[in-house]
Design a protein around this ligand. Structure first.
Ligand code: DGT
Ligand code: MG
Ligand code: MG
Ligand code: MG
Ligand code: MG
Length: 263
């Protein structure tokens, strides 16, 4: 296209590029999900449909952006980790976060009926996004630990809170439940759950306790050979979703490829 006298306005753009050779973490978080979860009658404290829909939306993002090593989700948030070697969108921040965020949101809306059936989406959800660069594996692992610790603390609190409020024998008001829990540490919350409600916190769904970790893994997959029509076993890259501890060493020891700086 021929240059016009208007084109100089392009020079006002201020591109931000994310520091090279660092892990890029993009975290999305549901906007006003306090209201969104209420309006759509999410189960308390955890709605399996909503969490599976979040995981499906994250899987769509991981299939589209192949430099993502892993993703971690809990509550209304998801974090995506790009390898240090990635040159996705020349590491331009705005391109990366807006494309990720809109693909995630669009998938969330498109797949809503698969998880919520005939219950309609009553208004359009949105997510915010930010990108943070972490230079070392230690920083990245601390980031993952931070999100999982947040998941644990909130989930233990919410599980105890809703047990007290939704107690059929002796329901507490939200204010009363808050007052009771204000003076408890983790052990005391576990104790309340166990003695008053017969809930062993360690036995509740690991997706609730640990959050969801999505990552690529080479796996033996049984297929039918196109040539011979016979069943064959092939190594394929499979997108795994696991509800595991990412704070300790074992997950990272079992999956060392996730921490390699290049692909
Ligand atoms: P924000 O992120 O500043 O726009 O505001 P919110 O309201 O999204 O707050 P945030 O992200 O700190 O907390 C997430 C909210 O979403 C919190 O009120 C609990 C709610 N939520 C997330 N997942 C579930 C769920 O599975 N069940 C229920 N009942 N609520 C959920
Ligand atoms: Mg918030
Ligand atoms: Mg939120
Ligand atoms: Mg949140
Ligand atoms: Mg264009």
């Amino acid at each position: 296209m021929a240059a016009t006298r208007f084109e100089y306005v392009r020079n006002f753009e201020q591109p931000t590029t994310l520091l090279r050779n660092t892990w890029i973490v993009v975290r999305l978080d549901g906007h006003g999900f306090h209201r969104f979860s209420k309006e759509h009658q999410f189960a308390k404290p955890n709605d399996v449909r909503a969490l599976h829909l979040m995981n499906a939306s994250a899987a769509a993002v991981m299939r589209e952006f192949d430099d993502i090593a892993l993703a971690y989700g809990q509550s209304d948030e998801f974090s995506f980790v790009f390898r240090p070697s990635t040159m996705v969108y020349s590491r331009r921040e705005a391109k990366i976060i807006t494309n990720l965020c809109s693909l995630f949101t669009a998938t969330f809306v498109m797949q809503w009926p698969q998880f919520f059936g005939s219950q309609p989406l009553s208004y359009a959800p949105s997510f915010d996004a930010r990108a943070v660069c972490y230079p070392t594996i230690a920083n990245l692992r601390d980031y993952m630990s931070w999100r999982q610790a947040d998941c644990h603390i909130n989930n233990l609190y919410n599980t105890a809170f809703w047990a007290l409020v939704l107690d059929s024998k002796d329901p507490k008001t939200e204010q009363q439940a808050e007052a009771i829990l204000r003076v408890t540490d983790s052990a005391a919350k576990n104790e309340i759950l166990f003695t008053q409600f017969g809930i062993n916190y360690n036995n509740i769904d690991p997706m609730f306790r640990k959050g969801s970790t999505l990552f690529w893994r080479k796996q033996d997959v049984e297929e039918v050979s196109a040539k011979t029509g016979q069943p064959v076993v092939r190594k394929r890259n499979v997108l795994a979703t696991e509800y595991v501890d990412v704070i300790g060493e074992s997950f990272w020891k079992e999956n060392p490829h996730l921490l390699s700086r290049g692909k």
